[in-house]
Write a protein that binds this ligand. Structure first.
Ligand code: FAD
Length: 389
């Protein structure tokens, strides 16, 4: 049975996943894992952000951080070796040419199998198309819980009438249409699993001197022998880690073509974001927001209600179901400040709110507020900034 508590924890926690042999290096089960998504030949940014938070969680628990990455050696070899710099103590590197690109069934089998073997207490995924496809299947296979789109992850205690749980994963996210911020726990099942959207956690600075152990794992297609990326046929099993059996039926889906589209709006990387809401009043009104963004060297954002009203495209949406931003300056014009909008921008270093309603909730998170009609205030801001530069 997987050990559900950290080495330093107090109360035992029931585990759902069956752990096999101890992890590489013979360490006890119960590590914090991050599924690392591959984007081209790089790790997806959200995965690196998760490694940063996993490091903090693991340090609190006194356990290790492990990254799991899969794919052909040519695409993932260097990437896997780079993950310790972002906080991984251990990298489970599953190499087989068939594992590039991502496919639902083989990855679900691979991850579920590795989790059963090693019994991590926490597994984190990016809330991306891939993460949303993969994580529920693993949760279902392991009969454990999964919290989607978390806006925070912490370690803490939880008490029911019958029992007290120490040092479990507190999975924070807006719930009931965003009217409450819920803290969700998975006290009796392991691993505790969550998906997190890109930008919620800060991208850690890589530490080139940090070292970690790379554990290479092959796959075994229906008992025909181990395959990894080194050759077309069966190869020798990587020492210390048996291959993961993958069935031919898992490869039933053939990928015929793959197209990727570049992000047109880089909200996440912007130092200044100027966002408009319903208060902007029309699509034409967004020209004013765009002008202010332009003079400040920023990017245009929007509330979901402005997007739904057809004022601007969805790629501009900031918030729980849009992009999470952390600019140096965030300007919210004509935005009320719903909890779903705030979830995507309250990490900004400075927030300026412009709203005609002095009781608008946006003022509670703003560092500076201007009460007034944005159609008067924004042109004055543009003029004032232009006269200074
Ligand atoms: P409103 O709430 O209508 O506010 C408009 C504001 O403009 C008001 O405060 C008003 O005083 C002000 N105003 C009006 N005229 C002027 C003027 N001339 N000058 C200055 N101020 C003026 N929302 C998001 O933004 N992002 C998300 O990712 C998101 N995800 C969601 C997910 C779920 C599951 C749900 C249920 C909702 C989500 N929402 C999201 C929607 C959210 O609940 C709000 O409906 C939305 O944020 C409101 O947008 P708004 O502030 O532009 O509009």
């Amino acid at each position: 049975m997987a050990e559900g508590r950290p080495a330093s924890g107090v109360a035992p926690v029931a585990a759902a996943a069956e752990a096999g042999p101890a992890g590489a290096g013979g360490a006890a089960a119960g590590d914090v894992w991050v599924f690392v998504e591959v984007a081209g030949d790089r790790a997806a940014e959200v995965s690196l952000e998760l490694l940063g938070r996993a490091r903090e969680l693991a340090d609190r628990l006194g356990v290790r951080v492990a990254a799991v990455v899969a794919g052909a050696e040519t695409e993932t070899g260097e990437l896997a070796r780079g993950l310790p710099a972002y906080g991984a103590d251990l990298v489970y590197h599953c190499t087989a040419d068939e594992l590039s690109p991502y496919a639902t069934q083989p990855y679900a089998r691979l991850l579920a199998d590795l989790i059963r073997r090693h019994g991590p207490q926490i597994v984190l995924y990016g809330a991306t198309t891939t993460g949303r496809d993969l994580a529920p299947r693993i949760a279902s296979a392991l009969r454990t819980g999964l919290t989607a789109d978390c806006t925070d992850l912490r370690i803490g205690d939880h008490a029911t009438r019958e029992r007290e749980y120490r040092d479990i994963l507190l999975q924070v996210r807006p719930a009931f249409g965003g009217n409450i911020i819920a803290t969700i726990v998975s006290p009796d099942h392991r691993p505790q699993m969550a998906t997190v959207r890109e930008g919620v956690f800060v991208l850690p600075e890589p530490q080139a001197s940090r070292r970690g152990e790379i554990v290479r794992i092959g796959i075994d297609r229906e008992g025909r022998g181990v395959k990894d990326s080194d050759g077309p046929g069966p190869a020798a099993a990587p020492p210390g880690e048996p291959p993961v059996p993958v069935h031919d039926a898992d490869f039933a889906v053939e990928l015929l073509a793959r197209t990727t589209e570049e992000r047109r709006v880089d909200l996440k990387g912007a130092r200044v974001v100027v966002s408009g809401g319903v208060g902007v009043g029309s699509a034409a009104g967004f020209a004013l927001i765009a002008e202010l963004a332009h003079v400040l060297g920023g990017v245009v954002g929007a509330s979901r209600a402005a997007v739904d009203a057809g004022y601007i495209g969805r790629e501009h949406q900031v918030g729980q179901t849009g992009t999470t931003v952390r600019p140096k300056l965030y300007i919210a014009a004509g935005i009320s400040g719903s909890v779903q909008h705030r979830a995507g921008m309250d990490g900004a270093a400075r927030i300026l709110a412009i709203n005609s309603d002095p009781s608008a909730p946006i003022f509670s998170v703003a560092h500076y507020g201007i009460v007034g009609d944005l159609h008067e205030v924004v042109p004055r801001l543009i003029k004032a900034y232009r006269s200074k530069v």
